[in-house]
Structure formats: structure tokens, C-alpha cells
Ligand binder design. Structure first.
Ligand code: URA
Ligand code: SF4
Length: 217
């Protein structure tokens, strides 16, 4: 896909999200939060739903959980600018309640599906149980939660896009219990070593691989 058309598709999705009224979550939002980052990246992160700070700013992971995510990204030589970050649902559920099955089905069918098909990441990191359960269910894999499966690498084809999918705990969990910090750091190391298997060892090679210029596959 040419860069121009990729930009157009993502731009269209962004405009649709901010005006969307396709589920009840539109009623209480300040801003829809489509996603943010490099649309030519090979690494995509999918969280759960915008929280208060995200709702106010229109950007994903800018609150306390986002600070944790930034730290984890930096610990493995990544940054927000090098990856794409979005959520399962694009509008904040009131009081940060869990998104419902119906809200997830509606929102992903309209937006996340097209984001994955347009960006075509090689790595898909699911942050938190909702994201993990949803993406794995697209591959017919049923899981109860992420405690037993975090840090595993699944080769699956959600929406016909071949990815290495890695479920992880949600970075907000680190705010409540330090053991999740250890789990997340280990799982980010898994991501790093999987990326390294596919890239040249020096960091220049790494960055060149992560950002897919459109002359290369
Ligand atoms: N938690 C999420 O899952 N997503 C955000 O964007 C912020 C917090
Ligand atoms: Fe539309 Fe998704 Fe927001 Fe619901 S959560 S109103 S489907 S953008």
C-alpha cells in the first residue's frame, strides 16, 4: 500500500472516530481517541479504552498508565514515536467501567479492524485482558484471562493480517502492585528479543526495520 493511501485511510478513521455515535459510549465522552504514533511501524500496541486524561486530550495513554508505558518502551529502545498505540474501544466508558461485549464488537468492527489492516504490524502487543481476549478470540483461541498467557508469542492472523501477538498485563496494573512491573519488564524483553531475531543487530538496523518505508515489504 502506498504511503499516501495509508495516510488517507488512517486520516479517515481518525475523523470518523471523533464524530462517531455508533454506540452508547459517545454520550459521555469529551473526545474520541483514535490512536497515535507511526502509521508505518511494524509494532502496534492495543490497550483497553481511554481513561480520563485520554478523554480530555484525545490521545491514548497520556495519563499514569501512559507514563508506565513510556518507561517500558524506553527500556527496550522503543518510543511512542516508533510504534502505533490505540485501544479496543475509542471512547471512555463512564467511570472507567469495563467496555461491554457489544461496545467492543461495534467499535472494533468499525475501527480497530481497519487500523490493523491498514498499518499491517508485524507485532501486536495486547495490553490487558480485554485486548488479549479480543485479539486471541479473532484467531479462535479462547482464554480466561492473561495471567497464564502473558509474554507468550502467538502467530495468528487477526483480520487476515499475519502477526506475532504478545499478550501482556495492562501497564496500569503496575500502579497497584509492583509484581506487575517485573512481569511487564520481562514481557517487553520477550518483545525485544523477538524483534532482534528479525533484524540486524545494530540499532540503526533495528530502527530501519521498525519503520517500514514503503519501498520495502
Ligand atoms: N488505559 C488504556 O487502556 N488505554 C489508554 O489509552 C489509557 C489507559
Ligand atoms: Fe463509536 Fe467506538 Fe466511540 Fe462507540 S466507542 S461511539 S463505536 S468510536
Amino acid at each position: 500500500m502506498k504511503l499516501v493511501s495509508k495516510e488517507n485511510v488512517i486520516g479517515e478513521i481518525n475523523s470518523e472516530v471523533v464524530a462517531c455515535m455508533k454506540c452508547g459510549l459517545c454520550k459521555n465522552r469529551e473526545n474520541g481517541v483514535p490512536g497515535d504514533g507511526d502509521i508505518c511501524t511494524r509494532i502496534m500496541f492495543i490497550g483497553e479504552a481511554p481513561g480520563r486524561q485520554e478523554d480530555l486530550s484525545g490521545r491514548p495513554f497520556v495519563g499514569a498508565a501512559g507514563k508506565n508505558l513510556d518507561g517500558l518502551l524506553h527500556s527496550v529502545g522503543l518510543s511512542r514515536e516508533k510504534v502505533y498505540i490505540t485501544n479496543i474501544v475509542k471512547c471512555r466508558p463512564p467511570g472507567n467501567r469495563d467496555p461491554s461485549k457489544e461496545e467492543i464488537a461495534t467499535c472494533t468492527g468499525l475501527y480497530l479492524k481497519r487500523q490493523i489492516q491498514t498499518i499491517r504490524p508485524k507485532f501486536l502487543v495486547m495490553l490487558g485482558r480485554h485486548s488479549a481476549i479480543y485479539i486471541l478470540s479473532q484467531a479462535g483461541i479462547k482464554v480466561q484471562g492473561i495471567t497464564a498467557i502473558h509474554g507468550r508469542v502467538y502467530k495468528i492472523h487477526p483480520f487476515n493480517v499475519p502477526v506475532m501477538a504478545i499478550p501482556m498485563f495492562h501497564p496500569a496494573a503496575m500502579l497497584y502492585n509492583p509484581k506487575y512491573k517485573t512481569f511487564l519488564e520481562r514481557d517487553f524483553d520477550v518483545l525485544k528479543s523477538e524483534i532482534k531475531k528479525l533484524t540486524h543487530p545494530d540499532s540503526h538496523g533495528l530502527d530501519t526495520w521498525i519503520h517500514r518505508s514503503y519501498s520495502r515489504k
